[in-house]
Design a protein around this ligand. Structure first.
Ligand SMILES: [Zn+2]
Ligand SMILES: [Zn+2]
Length: 311
């Protein structure tokens, strides 16, 4: 996470943001600062032994996620501290309902970790998160003396879990990605990994621009779980993998060609995509993630429209 770049990019967007987006950006800027402190602490104690580059690349092309093959050990004490700090920040700044604030303040993170364990977070963090959020919802329900856990409470705890986990993974993902240097021939002769080569998650965002093998016109996928990014085919669904051109298309809101939805009619998924050459500022993944959140709102209505067109 590059806080200077975040500052520069968010400032460039500032004039075009409405009140809600401005508040969201300000919330995230505080959160990123907190996360970056934990990235640095996780970096300082990073102990992730990697095999040689040949083995790393073999796993890469075989679509065997690195963490699955060489699990990461997450420092429980550091993670607990990150969970508490993120929970405090979300409680103070996210504008969630009072019930969610009191759940966040009183939540027993240690008990949750004892219940779900931390091992899986080191080899399949995406699945671990799903299980941890479910377990947390049950804990909230048993802790709350009055009503059962509402969507808000469970949602807030879920946000804290993923926000605190990311900095635990980022240094290892960065270290691993610095070893992936596939040559151009390899890129041309292999299908590219559909899932994150580091943690095995699905891509959360994409961007089109410079890539290792496609100057200016290549496409990169970004993993919002561990922050790895990797090159992907320009025309291919990052969810189901279809390359059927007729099923894949871009959609963007009028006046904003820099941010588009890549829609797949085959599996009804979409992927938010930034076009680097159209951006008003230097490219910063974290800031683009917040800016592109607006596309999530239009994604559903677009999906409904395209279904109507089909029938
Ligand atoms: Zn990942
Ligand atoms: Zn698809």
């Amino acid at each position: 996470m590059d806080l200077n770049l975040i500052e520069q990019a968010s400032e460039a967007y500032e004039p075009q943001l409405g009140d809600n987006d401005r508040a969201r950006m300000s919330f995230f800027k505080g959160l990123w600062k907190l996360q970056q402190e934990y990235v640095e602490r996780a970096q300082a104690s990073l102990d992730h032994a990697l095999p040689g580059e040949e083995q790393l690349l073999a796993w890469y092309w075989d679509e065997k996620p690195l963490f699955l093959m060489a699990p990461l050990t997450i420092n429980e004490e550091l993670f607990l501290s990150a969970l508490k700090d993120c929970a405090g920040y979300v409680a103070d700044n996210a504008g969630v309902a009072d019930e969610a604030v009191s759940v966040l303040r009183g939540f027993d993170w240690k008990k949750l970790l004892n219940e779900v364990g931390l091992e899986q977070a080191g080899y399949d963090p995406g699945s671990w998160l799903v299980g941890a959020v479910e377990a947390a919802a049950k804990l909230i329900a048993t802790q709350a003396s009055t009503v059962e856990a509402g969507v808000d409470e469970a949602g807030a705890v879920g946000i804290v879990l993923s926000c605190a986990l990311k900095p635990m993974l980022e240094p290892a993902a960065k270290q691993a990605m610095s070893h992936y240097k596939p040559d151009r021939d390899a890129y041309e002769s292999h299908a590219k990994p559909l899932r994150c080569p580091v943690c095995g998650g699905h891509a959360g965002l994409a961007y089109v621009g410079d890539t290792p093998s496609g100057e200016g016109k290549g496409r990169m996928l970004y993993c919002t779980t561990c922050t790895a990014h990797w090159e992907f085919e320009r025309i291919r669904c990052a969810h189901c993998g279809t390359q059927s051109q007729g099923k894949l298309h871009y959609f963007h809101v009028e006046g904003d060609p820099a941010h588009r939805l890549y829609l797949c009619d085959e599996c009804s998924s979409y992927l938010r995509t930034a076009f680097l050459s159209e951006l008003p500022t230097a490219f910063c993944m974290e800031v683009e993630d917040v800016i592109m959140a607006r596309l999530d709102h239009v994604a559903n209505s677009v999906a409904i429209k395209s279904q109507r067109k089909d029938s």
